[in-house]
Design a protein. Structure first.
Length: 414
């Protein structure tokens, strides 16, 4: 078994490549073939968004603007309508800038809680993504088949970048999750935050995507990439039913002033819904950001907190790494980053026995970017699982401590 330290030492930069050379940050990618639409003012009938992972729409939002779109829901499918805000790399958002999403009946009655996402990034903005949802069989004002309104609103620029904000819209549907006896609640201790042991095997090279649709496919192990200040890179990973996902990003050293929220590790589901977001300060020394999720398809999918609801289904999830444009003094040189990924059967905190597997539902589709033959779906029943059975050894605090000890072995930016 490899030592944990292998997971925390920032390595020498990988071989040069076109998207890793010095230069301005790459623009955030939009879906190929996306169709431009123009939303209507709030309360009016906007353009119709058709369902399907292969259908993507684009629009822009001015500060404080609300736009409305129509979606047709049937009564038997779960529905997810998403928006991804794609700020210009290096743009400085206002303190109250962000996006709000809501799904409403024709009379304006909300289908559920609105979703709010703020940039909350000092000196630079990264992509924001979330979705609204209507789960079949839950009743309420939006339980019946019909036409509904999806409303996207932008916050105030408040002294920040007031240029139109590009947004990417998508409407996807999925079969309701399988019913059955749910996995037991974790109890007062919550789910374990202990990551798996350091993955065995060599560190592999990867070039993260510029958006959700070209997210690089990664599995359990340690991956090496490079990222320029102001960039966000995307990676997709499969999480089997009843498993927790553990991910850790170690950003290499690059001299520069301290930047709050300088580094970020985010996670979204396949329908582009927010799961969790972790940020950390970056002052030129190696910095680690770690996340641990509840189990996919766990008992909190309907009644739990934000992260538990976000992990409602097994299937594809999308990790995002962001580096603040003020990091490394704003120089265009790429910074090396290591991304360690592992999954393990769900465990309670404090080393309790592994919990039973949860019922397997059908995951939401994610557009496939390769020739894997999976059609963008994870067939959970036949998926062997990444890191299944690995021991859970050290807590997150140990990961961060060892990352700090690795500072002296990090590659310094120029």
């Amino acid at each position: 078994m490899a030592a944990l330290g292998a997971l925390t030492v920032t390595a020498a930069a990988p071989p040069a490549r076109a998207d890793g050379d010095a230069g301005p940050p790459a623009a955030h990618g939009t879906s190929p073939g996306a169709r431009a639409v123009r939303g209507a003012p709030e309360g009016a009938d906007g353009p119709l968004l058709e369902p399907g992972a292969e259908r993507t729409y684009t629009d822009t939002l001015a500060p404080g603007e609300h736009k409305s779109y129509r979606v047709r829901l049937d009564a038997g499918s779960d529905a997810y309508v998403s928006a991804v805000a794609l700020p210009r790399p290096g743009a400085t958002p206002g303190l109250r800038d962000g996006i709000d999403l809501s799904l409403r009946a024709a009379d304006g009655t909300p289908c559920g809680p609105a979703r709010h996402r703020s940039f909350l990034s000092e000196g630079g903005a990264y992509p924001l993504a979330d979705h609204t949802e209507r789960l079949a069989g839950t009743g309420g004002a939006c339980g019946a088949a019909g036409t509904y309104r999806f409303v996207v609103a932008r916050g105030d620029a408040d002294g920040g970048d007031a240029s139109p904000l590009p947004v990417e819209l998508r409407y996807t549907t999925g079969h309701p999750a399988a019913t059955g006896s749910p996995a037991p609640d974790p109890g007062p201790g919550g789910w374990s935050s202990q990551p798996p042991s350091a993955p065995a095997g060599p560190v592999r090279e990867v070039a993260g995507g510029r958006g959700f649709d070209d997210a690089a496919r990664v599995d359990g192990g340690t991956w090496r990439d490079r990222i320029r200040p102001g960039e966000t890179r995307f990676y997709r990973v499969a999480v089997p039913a009843g498993h927790q996902l553990f991910a850790k990003a170690v950003f290499g050293s690059a001299p520069g002033p301290y930047v709050a929220n300088g580094v970020r590790l985010g996670l979204s589901d396949a329908a582009r819904g927010h799961v969790m977001n972790r940020t950390g300060g970056y002052g030129g020394d190696a910095a680690a950001v770690v996340l641990a999720t509840p189990p996919a398809g766990g008992p909190g999918a309907l009644r739990g907190g934000e992260a538990e609801r976000g992990m409602a289904r097994p299937g594809w999830y999308v990790l995002q790494l962001s580096l603040n444009p003020k990091a490394a003094g704003g120089r265009p040189d790429p910074v090396p980053v290591r991304l360690a990924i592992g999954t393990a059967p769900a465990r309670k905190e404090a080393g309790a026995d592994a919990l039973p597997r949860v019922p397997v539902g059908r995951p939401v589709p994610l557009r496939s970017t390769g020739a894997e033959g999976d059609g963008g779906w994870l067939r959970v029943a036949g998926y062997a699982g990444v890191g299944t059975g690995t021991a859970l050894l050290l807590g997150l605090g140990g990961w961060v401590l060892l990352a700090r000890r690795a500072d002296g072995r990090s590659v310094r930016g120029r």
